[in-house]
Write a protein that binds this ligand. Structure first.
Ligand code: RB5
Length: 159
């Protein structure tokens, strides 16, 4: 019973978005996460028709910033374009990752609310390992909170 309760608590509402290059990996990850009883908001795209990664990065950022989901997963060919798009939103801390240590430290040190991955860079098992690390690692707080606080809001002092 206790264990079941803990599993329940770890279920999350997760939003996932990709461009055409990431759509296949998105579908695989979304099904795998649903099997774990997470609630998934799939923001598209679906299928191979060419779309523009900024549109899906901005859509995911708006969805998360509005509080519709707790965490986000972003996919494109390299993960680079969609992570750049997400990080243009001041409330997004999107980490581009390709292995689970970075995914875990993105949570522990950076309080990342999104991870981006490249579907042309990593395979499904590595992507799952990154997602697991991202979903199960807590923010470290303390000195990390001070540093993350300095990232907040729009900076107008950077020249
Ligand atoms: C689309 O061909 C590709 O440019 C995109 O998926 C991504 O890799 C961009 O960063």
């Amino acid at each position: 019973m206790k264990r079941e309760g803990r599993e329940q608590e770890s279920r999350m509402r997760i939003a996932i978005a990709s461009d055409h290059a990431g759509a296949g990996l998105k579908a695989e990850l979304a099904g795998w996460l649903r099997d774990q009883k997470h609630e998934i908001d799939d923001l598209g795209t679906d299928g191979a028709a060419s779309v523009d990664y900024p549109d899906f990065g901005y859509k995911l950022a708006a969805h998360l910033a509005a509080g519709h989901a707790e965490r986000g997963i972003a996919l494109c060919g390299t993960g680079i374009g969609i992570s750049i798009a997400l990080n243009r939103h001041p409330a997004m801390r999107c980490a581009l990752v390709s292995e689970p240590l970075s995914a875990a430290l993105a949570r522990e040190h950076n309080d990342a609310n999104v991870i981006a991955m490249g579907a042309r860079v990593i395979g499904i098992e590595m992507a799952k390992a990154c997602v697991t690390a991202f979903l199960t690692t807590e923010f470290g707080g303390e000195r990390h909170a001070r540093r993350v606080g300095k990232l907040g809001g729009v900076r107008d002092d950077l020249g």
